[in-house]
Design a protein around this ligand. Structure first.
Ligand SMILES: *[C@@H]1O[C@H](CO)[C@@H](O)[C@H](O)[C@H]1NC(C)=O
Ligand SMILES: *[C@@H]1O[C@H](CO)[C@@H](O)[C@H](O)[C@H]1NC(C)=O
Ligand SMILES: *[C@@H]1O[C@H](CO)[C@@H](O)[C@H](O)[C@H]1NC(C)=O
Ligand SMILES: *[C@@H]1O[C@H](CO)[C@@H](O)[C@H](O)[C@H]1NC(C)=O
Ligand SMILES: *[C@@H]1O[C@H](CO)[C@@H](O)[C@H](O)[C@H]1NC(C)=O
Ligand SMILES: *[C@@H]1O[C@H](CO)[C@@H](O)[C@H](O)[C@H]1NC(C)=O
Ligand SMILES: *[C@@H]1O[C@H](CO)[C@@H](O)[C@H](O)[C@H]1NC(C)=O
Ligand SMILES: *[C@@H]1O[C@H](CO)[C@@H](O)[C@H](O)[C@H]1NC(C)=O
Ligand SMILES: *[C@@H]1O[C@H](CO)[C@@H](O)[C@H](O)[C@H]1NC(C)=O
Length: 703
């Protein structure tokens, strides 16, 4: 009674301690071997045909054996596995036959096993092989008893091999090819086995080889040793402790004792009341060795597919094991029910979660997003080739140097390398131009990178305006992107107005058109919905002219790109000659600052003087706005300062008078643009309107 109580207690303890997918109240293990359902020890603990018995060994140790067995021998279980493949690893005694000196048989054990009264097991043909040891022996196994009395043979399978040896010299360790040992593969479908020994010659006087042996063993476990021919001394006792070999059995759920005609497959099994695949995430698989089916956990799940609750197929957390997921280092593995996905880190995209941002080799991937919108992305190497090693500098400014380049279709481009301060080297030399990348806080970096992308996309869109230099592409491999622009053929207004080599031949209507075009571009930028843009560096060198002298405002957006990179925030600074004094006070760049700068440009257009100049005889620096405003105040006109090449005072003819009137209108407009109180300054849209009025007047007389 107390022993039963102990047993119950032990069972309960085991059930609590081990979630090995056994039925509650049933043993979860025996002799260290786990017993997962459908296997089980005792009544009602296993599925039919899968019962295991837990017996005491000679030393009192627990031994799991298959049950029921119809023969006297117990078949010891070494391992029971449910997944990934249904296998039972068992120990079978070696079959033998021995002779005495006169050749008489002294004993025989055919190794008959019938571990399969319920038909669930098949000897695995893929995992096992048959060995025969002996010196004049023909042995074979037979399997699958045929019950039809009219059958040609009593068994479906016979397979075996021959081994001979005339003395003890031939058999060699490790060699199993017919001298003392032979081996052969076995066919599928074997339900049971029985060895038959036979010989051709007399066995008398064969003391070097007194017995024949035959066994099926798992592949790789047994290696022939010549001494095995003499070192075992079989007797007819219960052979549990006798020479044994491990072999693997395939098991499956096979109804009707595994009858191949009536056993059901996955085609019908799910509709049966005793369908074995009970777990929610289980799947039916047809047996590959014999009829019937077995169960598997669905992909992404692991556990016991034959049970419904504890131990059932549950989600595999692939993210916990780097080997079971392939998320790149740029991403985070997110486990899902039955799978996982890789969530790209901030500002990383695509299959490999590549960065979208300036970062050496992978920048191209980030550029794909830009490419989709028509923006070409270049590598540093490509740019070096395009610019022929940055050999031709077109110009430079606060924001960087601009180099000429030629892209594949033969078009010329201008490559603008960002730069914080002027450097003596005119090379786009990364070390000089772009500060070695600081190691920013990750969050800051992310913000910068995102802003760069947005800014480039924005600039690309905006620069389609006919009076803005079109952005064509960029290189994302530097900390501030290098931008590639259309090449504007005729240089800058600065060169044309102030070139010492070539006298300026621009007529007043041409100058007016240049003023109108540039003003329209700036007005357009200022008008952009919720993205009002300050140019920040309006001056003649940033107004480029194409073949037809159409103006194209450049360097639009540089300040923004630099500002994004917080390191360069202080670099947002226009040319001092064009800088609104208000800005110098407030350090706050507004639309009105651009208006001020444009006023200076207007003055340069009509006076052909630089924004500031040094005058020897007056011993000092002259500031154009100051000088002009003074002149205008004193004379009610800017006459004294207008470009003498503009024919405005020579005659009293209508055109000259008009030229003067037009110049005064422009001069007056410029003076308004330069007002100290920014509220008194016109908007750029008003500047455009006024310039167009001047043009109407001019056209009226010039036609
Ligand atoms: C049984 O086999 C499985 C997998 O093949 C292994 O993990 C387990 O440790 C084995 N158990 C025993 C008792 O050999
Ligand atoms: C096994 O189950 C049957 C049917 O549910 C039941 O009648 C029987 O008492 C059970 N046996 C044991 C030992 O629990
Ligand atoms: C097995 O051994 C244990 C103690 O070692 C004993 O209590 C139990 O009765 C034995 N069982 C059998 C079936 O012999
Ligand atoms: C050998 O075995 C045979 C048959 O079992 C027996 O008749 C014979 O006496 C035995 N000879 C010796 C030498 O034991
Ligand atoms: C066995 O050896 C004995 C003694 O050497 C000999 O007399 C006998 O003929 C041998 N038997 C056979 C079958 O060779
Ligand atoms: C053969 O199987 C037995 C039983 O599991 C094991 O003890 C032995 O180490 C195996 N031998 C080889 C060579 O794998
Ligand atoms: C299983 O085998 C049956 C009968 O051969 C077949 O109809 C069925 O499609 C198979 N099912 C699977 C899942 O392979
Ligand atoms: C990574 O996993 C995805 C989804 O499972 C698969 O499509 C892809 O081929 C895998 N890549 C590698 C390199 O294993
Ligand atoms: C502008 O370019 C055209 C063609 O390249 C050239 O003929 C013309 O002289 C240029 N004009 C100026 C003002 O440089």
């Amino acid at each position: 009674m107390s022993s039963l109580l102990l047993r119950v207690l032990l069972i309960q303890l085991a059930a609590v301690e081990c979630l090995s997918a056994a039925i509650p109240g049933c043993l979860t293990q025996c002799g260290g071997v786990e017993i997962p359902y459908p296997f089980g020890v005792g009544t009602n603990c296993s599925r039919k045909g899968f019962r295991i018995k837990c017996i005491n060994g000679s030393a009192g140790e627990e031994i799991p054996v298959l049950l029921p067995t119809t023969r006297y021998q117990n078949i010891r279980v070494l391992n029971l596995s449910v997944s990934p493949l249904p296998e039972a690893r068992v120990l079978l005694p070696v079959a033998w036959q021995c002779f005495n000196a006169t050749g008489g048989v002294t004993g025989i054990y055919s190794g008959d096993v019938d571990f399969n009264p319920e038909g669930v097991y098949r000897i695995s043909n893929t995992q096992n092989e048959l060995f025969v040891l002996g010196c004049d022996t023909y042995a074979f196994t037979k399997g699958v008893r045929v019950h039809n009395v009219n059958a040609r043979f009593p068994y479906r399978y016979f397979t075996g091999c021959i081994t001979v040896s005339v003395d003890d010299k031939d058999p060699r360790d490790g060699a199993c090819a017919g001298l003392g040992c032979c081996r052969v593969d076995i066919p599928p479908g074997i339900t049971d086995t029985s060895m038959t020994f036979s010989s051709t010659w007399t066995r008398a006087n064969q003391t070097f080889c007194p017995c024949d042996y035959a066994f099926i063993v798992e592949k790789g476990n047994y290696t022939f040793k010549a001494s095995d021919l003499v070192s075992h001394t079989p007797d007819n006792r219960l052979p549990l402790d006798w020479w044994t070999m491990p072999l693997r059995l395939d098991w499956a759920i096979r109804d009707n004792n595994g009858d191949s005609m009536t056993s059901i497959s996955c085609a019908q099994a799910p509709n049966e009341p005793d369908y074995g695949c009970r777990s929610k995430h289980s799947e039916c698989t047809n047996s590959t060795n014999g009829p019937g089916y077995f169960c598997k956990c669905a992909h992404g799940y692991d556990g016991n597919p034959y049970v419904q609750s504890d131990g059932e197929c549950t989600n595999i957390n692939e993210c916990q094991d780097p080997k079971s997921h392939n998320c790149s280092s740029g991403s985070k593995c997110i486990d899902t029910d039955g799978g996982y996905y890789c969530q790209c880190n901030f500002f990383r995209r695509g299959q490999q979660c590549d960065p979208l941002i300036p970062m050496a080799a992978v920048a191209l991937n980030g550029g794909k997003l830009l490419n989709a919108q028509g923006i070409t992305t270049y590598t540093k190497r490509e740019l070096k080739k395009i610019t022929n090693g940055y050999s031709k500098r077109l110009g430079g400014g606060h924001f960087g140097n601009v180099y000429e380049g030629t892209i594949v279709d033969g078009r010329k481009v201008a490559v603008k390398c960002p730069l914080r301060t002027r450097v003596s080297s005119h090379r786009c030399h990364w070390k000089n131009l772009i500060r070695p990348r600081r190691v920013p806080l990750p969050q800051q970096r992310v913000e910068e990178d995102g802003s760069f992308m947005n800014e480039i996309r924005f600039q690309f869109e905006v620069s389609r305006h006919k009076n803005l230099v079109q952005l064509l592409g960029c290189c994302l491999e530097t900390d501030i992107p290098i931008l590639v622009f259309e090449f504007v053929a005729n240089g800058s207004l600065e060169d044309i107005l102030h070139s010492a080599k070539k006298p300026c031949t621009l007529s007043l209507p041409e100058r007016l058109d240049i003023a109108i075009g540039s003003a329209e571009a700036i007005a357009y930028m200022h008008s952009l919905d919720n993205q009002k843009r300050v140019h920040g560096d309006i001056k003649p060198s940033n107004i480029l002219l194409d073949d037809d002298l159409n103006p194209k405002v450049s360097d639009f957006g540089s300040s923004k790109l630099l500002a994004i990179h917080s390191y360069y925030v202080r670099a947002v600074a226009a040319d001092i000659g064009y800088m609104d004094p208000l800005y110098m006070k407030t350090e706050h760049f507004t639309l009105e600052c651009d208006v001020y700068s444009f006023g200076v440009v207007l003055l340069e257009l009509i006076t052909r003087r630089r924004a500031s100049w040094y005058e020897q005889d007056h011993q000092g620096n002259k500031i154009l706005p100051i000088e002009f405003v003074k002149c205008f105040k004193d004379h009610g006109s800017g006459c004294a300062m207008y470009d003498s090449r503009l024919d405005f005072s020579a005659g009293e003819d209508a055109q000259s008078r008009c030229n003067k009137r037009c110049l005064d209108m422009i001069g007056m407009l410029a003076v308004r643009c330069l007002k100290e109180d920014k509220r008194e300054r016109p908007t750029m849209a008003e500047v455009v309107e006024e310039l167009k009025r001047v043009k109407v007047l001019l056209l009226g007389t010039h036609i």
